[in-house]
Design a protein around this ligand. Structure first.
Ligand SMILES: [Zn+2]
Length: 381
């Protein structure tokens, strides 16, 4: 409890980074009285879509809201800000043997109080320390949603259910179709997702889409400088790598960026030479495995951005590239070994590695395989 008091993290619109236009739009629709009962807040990781969904629900239920924001001090806001309002319900992925969200609601509250920009891997690793289990929204949880929503609203104008990461709803999601199509009177269902292609089509078609754009660089820089007290130069470097993903930006705060770019360049050289010098690649895999999963993931995120940037360097408008002189020189050399085909293959392999990293017990082998694969791809051009 002390934690809540000391951190004072709230989710009023004014405290969410960037996305000014979307905030104004949400406030307008709330005030127009044309509130869709089922909405999908769709935005990439780190876009703040969960924060915005909560802020929107808080705004709608605030008894003293202005045209700018919820008041933050009425009884409804006070409970919303601690995520303990009795008419605010959450559904999120869990791991076995946990069957329903309500069983670990306390952990969930703590996790989003600490970082409302977290991604599904961050969350699943907090409830599954070994990161071995697959996340899931269970059929039991779907049935529990009916139970919770059938209760009369305690005190709010709107009872709100936030379903975070409906990507984890497999066929059991069909249990919810009728509910999503026609929620009980006075009930608002907000789905908060990263990737519409991974959501059941039957669910997708029942929700009104609210598209949340990536956070702009200048907003990330501004927040890093003013809220996290990061040096302007470092804030710029972080925003460049995080590419609108504030969750990644937060993870990168403690990382030395110059060392990322050097490690990346050395690593690709070693991949290229892996047939001649296998030991170097092996040592590197060991080093990566020892980094810790979060750091490795953010490093691979950076690497993926660099590979994508190579594509732009080679085929696109170079003036749009936001890279350092050193990185530019690197592109000049390495782009000779790159073509559209191997860039796509390497990007995909890196994307897969990032995706599996949290759930993979043997990171060393995974990185070794990735390195050897990149080596073959580079040679193929
Ligand atoms: Zn209020």
């Amino acid at each position: 409890m002390l934690y809540f008091v000391s951190k004072l993290i709230t989710v009023r619109f004014s405290e969410i980074i960037g996305n000014k236009e979307i905030k104004q739009k949400l406030i307008r629709t709330a005030n127009s009285g044309r509130i869709s009962n089922t909405q999908l807040f769709l935005g990439a990781e780190g876009s703040g879509n969960l924060a915005l969904a909560i802020a929107y629900a808080q705004y709608i239920n605030c008894t003293n809201a202005t045209n700018e924001d919820s008041c933050g001090i009425c009884p409804s806001c006070v409970k919303y800000q601690k995520y303990i309002h009795p008419d605010l319900h959450f559904t999120f992925p869990t791991v076995t043997p946990i069957k329903t969200s309500i069983e670990i609601l306390e952990n969930w509250r703590e996790a989003i109080l600490e970082n409302v920009y977290q991604n599904d891997y961050d969350w699943l690793s907090t409830i599954d320390k070994e990161s071995k289990k697959q996340g899931n929204i269970t059929a039991e949880e779907c049935r529990d949603i009916f139970r919770r929503l059938s209760l009369k609203a305690f005190e709010a104008k709107y009872k709100v259910l936030i379903i975070w990461m409906p990507e984890y709803l497999k066929t059991e999601g069909n249990i919810l179709l009728k509910l999503l199509e026609e929620p009980p009177v006075g009930t608002l269902i907000l789905l908060v997702a990263n990737d519409s292609e991974k959501i059941l089509g039957t669910i997708l078609s029942r929700a009104q889409l609210v598209k949340i754009p990536k956070i702009k660089d200048e907003d990330i820089i501004d927040s890093l400088i003013n809220q996290k007290e990061i040096e302007p130069k470092n804030a710029e470097a972080i925003s460049r790598i995080s590419d609108g993903n504030y969750n990644l930006a937060l993870q990168l705060i403690d990382v030395k960026h110059e060392s990322y770019s050097k490690t990346f360049m050395d690593w690709l050289r070693e991949c290229y030479a892996s047939q001649k010098d296998f030991k170097k690649v092996l040592d590197r895999s060991e080093e990566f495995a020892g980094m810790g999963k979060e750091t490795l993931k953010s490093f691979l995120d950076y690497s993926l951005q660099m590979i994508r940037a190579t594509f732009i360097y080679k085929y696109g408008d170079r003036s749009t590239l936001r890279v350092s002189d050193e990185e530019f020189a690197f592109f000049d050399k390495f782009s000779k070994m790159m073509n559209a085909n191997n860039i796509e293959n390497i990007s995909k392999a890196m994307g897969d590695a990032i995706f599996h990293i949290e759930r993979n017990a043997n990171v060393k082998i995974m990185v070794l395989n990735l390195s050897l694969y990149i080596g073959t791809q580079l040679k193929s051009a």
